[in-house]
Write a protein that binds this ligand. Structure first.
Ligand code: MG
Ligand code: MG
Length: 319
């Protein structure tokens, strides 16, 4: 899809500079799922440039950006993603968002703007992940200081496209990180002993350093199963959903939550055996039954479902 999008930029058009002011930028979102349960846990915000010829992805125009333009677009992405996430969370949808960050944005001033975007939208720090790309030359000392500040605040910091640059190990050794995103090129080559060894190695390093692993570009059930077997915790890719407009993400989340509709029946069944909400929550989590908001079941959320159970027959009759 990226190649098709890139081809569209061959047409004459005004530059990327000023695109924010012209209202030509928007975000699409790709769901991120937990591999074990397949429940959605968040989404990656992906920048798109709307032009008369269609939508372009950053691969087609990012090389044209300069410092001020990067700052302006970065602020747009951060503000838009945080505002959207707050709206979704208010509806019990999407719990976390990941934003891609150009290393040219990284500064103390930028860190302050990240905190500000969270505060303005009433979001907890843990709802945001910042993705840094290893290939884009992050100054080690500044990068480490900034990543550490974000993590202290509770924000996730991910190394994006891990394995594609020659400095993956350097980045992992120098930057404090909470997450490693395994590049799609390795996922596509799963089954090739070298790719498999590399994925297993990245998972082992992540585990040692207390990082979570996320696989990108997962397109087949077989890939998902291999990755899960290797201990990768999260994944995104066409197997689950392509990047979609905000309404598409909300629909995806609702559909995925509907799958959890069976949870209510199970909760009511277990309750008739005298099981406590804590026991029921443990059973649901062990079975990988998605909880409210795509999270684990807690005794309180089980209790809420039980308390609302008596309301259901009356609502059904009304409907
Ligand atoms: Mg990314
Ligand atoms: Mg990536």
């Amino acid at each position: 899809m990226t190649a098709a999008l890139a081809g569209e930029t061959l047409f004459a058009r005004p530059g990327i500079r000023g695109a924010v002011r012209r209202g030509e930028l928007l975000l699409h979102y790709q769901p991120i799922v937990e591999l074990g349960s397949r429940r959605p846990v968040g989404a990656e915000a992906l920048l798109r440039w709307q032009q008369p010829t269609g939508l372009s992805a950053p691969g087609a125009f990012w090389h044209e950006t300069d410092g001020p333009c990067v700052q302006e677009i970065g602020q747009f992405v951060l503000d838009t993603a945080c505002r959207q996430l707050a709206a979704w969370r208010a509806e019990g949808l999407c719990a976390e968002v990941s934003v891609n960050t150009d290393p040219r944005e990284l500064s103390r001033c930028w860190v302050a703007s990240v905190y500000d975007a969270l505060a303005r939208n009433g979001l907890p720090a843990a709802a945001l992940n910042v993705e840094l790309t290893e290939t884009s030359r992050i100054d080690a000392a500044d990068g480490a200081e900034i990543a550490a500040a974000l993590i202290r605040h509770g924000i996730g910091v991910a190394l994006d496209d891990a394995g594609t640059g020659f400095n993956a190990l350097a980045a992992v050794s120098e930057l404090p990180l909470t997450e490693l995103k395994i590049d799609r090129s390795f996922v596509a080559r799963l089954g090739d002993p070298r790719a498999d060894a590399l994925v297993r190695g990245l998972v082992a390093i992540s585990r040692e350093l207390g990082m979570r692993t996320v696989a990108e570009g997962v397109e087949t059930e077989q890939q998902a199963q291999i990755l899960e077997h290797y201990g990768v915790q999260r994944a995104q890719g066409y197997l689950f959903s392509r990047p979609v407009a905000p309404e598409g993400l909300a629909n995806y989340w609702r559909r995925a939550s509907d799958l959890a509709g069976g949870a209510r029946r199970l909760i009511e069944e277990l309750a008739t055996t005298g099981a406590s909400p804590a026991t029921i929550a443990a059973v649901l989590n062990r079975r990988g039954t998605p909880g409210p908001n795509g999270r684990n079941w807690r005794p309180a959320s089980v209790a809420r479902v039980l308390a609302s159970a008596v309301e259901l027959p009356r609502q059904r009759r009304q409907g």
